[in-house]
Design a protein around this ligand. Sequence first.
Ligand code: NDP
Ligand code: HSE
Length: 439
Amino acid sequence: MPKRASRTSDAAPINIGFLGFGTVGAGAFQTLCDNLPSITLKVGRPLAVKSVAVRNWNQPRYANAPLCTAQRAKDAWAVVEDPEIDIVVECMGGVEPAAELVLQALRNHKNVVTANKELIARRGREILEEADKQGVDIQFEAAVAGGIPIIRALKESLAGNRIQRMIGIVNGTTNYILTQMTERGCEFTTALAEAQAKGYAEKDPTADVEGHDAAYKLSILASIAFESRVDVEQVHREGIAGLTLADIEYARQLGYVVKLLAIGEETPAGLLLRVHPTYLHHSHPLTSVSGAFNAIWVQGSSVGKVMFYGQGAGSLPTGSAVVGDIIDIARNIRHKATGRLPCTCFSNKTILDVNETVTKFYLRMEVADRPGVLGRIATILGNEGVSVASVLQSNASGEEAEIVWVTHEVQEVKLRRALEQVQALDAVKCIRTCLRVED
Ligand code: NDP
Ligand code: HSE
């Protein structure tokens, strides 16, 4: 039997270097410091934060940072080139210079933890290949859904499954906005300002509101779940900026809740990957995920349906995920097993156009309040194979009226063909909203 390593014999610390000490960096540092004695026992070797780099130590935010002078690195390159650092923790954000720093750290045979979803979504392939080449670890649990341990669950606990479908609420800012619109009747701009004030939003909130952040996260999740590299540009993306309180209110009347969903599914023809606001039936467990919370619902071939829920952003929840990765790598270092879990994108699966999606739709349109208009629209829908499940006409003034349709399941391309013809009718002022519906 192999001899079990002692928990006390290896006294030399495993040295950590941080790139960035903002919301996430400081949260990870605090988590590590608060729990250091038990973490040391869990790893079997002490851990030490040897150095930390930021852009400018003179900023007021660093006046009370709990670091000694020796830990304040000259710059990020000093951390990456320090031969005594074993694990580099990248939590500075953005693609450059983060990508060059991470790649150089890997070339220097350092293990890397990152919270940076944009980096992994855009440059993951070359970063994971470099880690594999060097036999070191690259881990990024915090990059998707903050504190929720979804990456490790997909890579390890659910590895025996074929993942069939995944639906995630993976952006806290948009979930906060939609919750405030639903529960308090807040206007979109008011709710966004609140989300920014609470620190959920990215520096440029367009990344949240237009669905880029969720698309980065879905491309990472899908690459792992479906074992095939997904580039973020292959994810269909729509944001929530066009939604109004009217859409939220119709959802309530019809038994739905509006959520920005990241959906990945494997069909016999290929992968369908999309981020968009959705009418989600009130009986779905994801409708109870409110505020800045995140959740990911996964359907696997053996496990069936499972759901992961928790805080998708914030200093300590995200710090928790970063420290989990540090501990895992430290254990691998101790047992000389780094690189044991390389990239699992073995296949090259086809990624389908969103027009291949088969789903129900919610449509809201403003039309002339005249005899025969509703019938003409229904005829066009029928001719294109779009079957109507329900129709609601309201706000009829004698001049204009609002019509809301919910369709049965239909291939998206057929719906789009019908909508082009509907829009061309004189009596149709505009198609205000077209949302996919999930039961
Ligand atoms: P912050 O803006 O709070 O912190 C960024 C830190 O990186 C600052 O300390 C900044 O220093 C430093 N930094 C930036 N550029 C450089 C550089 N070129 N050299 C050295 N240091 C640099 O960002 P967050 O902590 O919020 O986010 C970090 C990453 O984590 C991002 O990728 C983000 O998407 C991701 N993330 C964030 C979550 C959150 O809840 N905030 C949740 C999950 C992931 P200085 O202050 O001097 O500019
Ligand atoms: N801006 C992101 C969100 C932060 O709102 O979810 C966490 O990635």
